[in-house]
Design a protein around this ligand. Structure first.
Ligand code: GDP
Ligand code: CA
Length: 311
């Protein structure tokens, strides 16, 4: 069994490669829900949807999110009624949010709703939300406290970041199976996702860090930072706001208490020594995932290095 901790786009790209290397039913993916948001009365789980659509072959590859070929008629009409439409929601995508919201309203947990949606889209991978409780990431800025999506999508990450607040953290329990699958997997992969607001949220849940330390499995991470910058998203802005240097080494330091293996990009070879000094096995390869071949290579490489570590 392999368990992966995942955010959105970076993780989904990696996992698209992973399902070509391991059978879907041997893979569990624990997904960040700190970015979840309620809009138009609907429960939206952006990272779960990115992972689900990507693995089901439905994603708009160019954007990295949403359904390919989707139209935006419903959103346009909502705009005419005077609603804010900064969060892009396609017509087919909306069907997912309506379905999820109805399932939740019937009394299902987010775990159960996520399972039902992924099975309907033909997936055998087990996708689980990190928690079934309400957990929201807020960004403290010079313009006030805002929901992560408001900061990133509406305001385009232009406000000065003063801090990051997890509402629900500390109290929130991981969803059933999160701890079990970490403890019982042979390999646990920390996907190349935002270390603060995608992986950091999962790590903040009760018992998750401890489980990663206690598991007999090998914990292997892939750096989302290449040559001192993320490929996409606000990881650099958020890391800087927390006084963390933007580097693969810094990400390794954030994970040092549980990480066994770290895969970094060829371009970051100069950091091998300092990462190794943390007691982590470091490997370099091309980690930029443009084509399916790149994704399969990175997934296979990471899994092989983790397996070597088991011996
Ligand atoms: P989000 O919710 O869509 O922002 O998803 P993630 O947290 O999973 O992804 C954002 C992170 O993924 C950023 O830090 C990116 O640098 C990283 N990322 C995206 N594409 C790639 C890639 O091809 N290779 C690597 N190594 N990292 C990537
Ligand atoms: Ca996200």
């Amino acid at each position: 069994m392999i368990t992966a901790l995942a955010g959105g786009v970076g993780a989904a790209r990696f996992l698209q490669g992973a399902i070509k290397v391991v059978p879907q039913n041997e893979l569990t993916v624990i997904v960040n829900t700190g970015d979840d948001i309620e809009l138009f009365g609907l429960h939206i789980s952006p990272d779960i949807d990115i992972v689900t659509y990507t693995l089901a072959g439905l994603v708009d590859e160019e954007k990295g999110w949403g359904v390919k070929g989707d139209s935006f008629n419903c959103l346009k009409m909502l705009g005419r009624y005077g609603y804010e439409t900064w969060f892009q929601l396609g017509d087919m995508d909306l069907a997912t949010h309506i379905h999820r919201t109805l399932l939740l309203r019937k009394g299902m947990s987010l775990s159960e709703a996520t399972y039902k949606i992924s099975r309907s889209l033909g997936l055998k991978v087990k996708i689980i939300p990190m928690t079934n409780e309400k957990f929201r990431t807020f960004i403290k800025t010079d313009k006030g406290l805002m929901h992560f999506q408001e900061f990133l999508v509406k305001r385009k990450a232009k406000d000065k970041v003063l801090g990051i607040v997890f509402k629900g953290s500390g109290k929130a329990k991981p969803s059933p199976d999160v701890i079990n699958s970490i403890i019982n997997s042979e390999i646990i992969i920390i996907c190349p996702s935002n270390p603060i607001v995608s992986i950091g949220t999962i790590l903040s849940l009760r018992g998750v860090r401890e489980a990663l330390k206690e598991t007999c499995g090998v914990v292997a991470g892939v750096s989302p930072i290449i040559r001192g910058a993320p490929l996409k998203g606000p990881a650099d802005i958020l890391m800087k706001a927390l006084n963390i240097d933007v580097s693969a080494y810094s990400v390794a330091k954030l994970y040092r208490d549980f990480l066994d293996v770290f895969v970094i990009d060829n371009q970051d070879r100069d950091q091998i020594k300092e990462i190794a000094s943390l007691g982590i096995k470091v490997y370099t390869t091309n980690t930029i995932m443009k084509t399916l071949k790149d994704k399969v290579h990175l997934a296979r490489f990471t899994i092989e290095k983790a397996k070597q570590c088991m011996k």
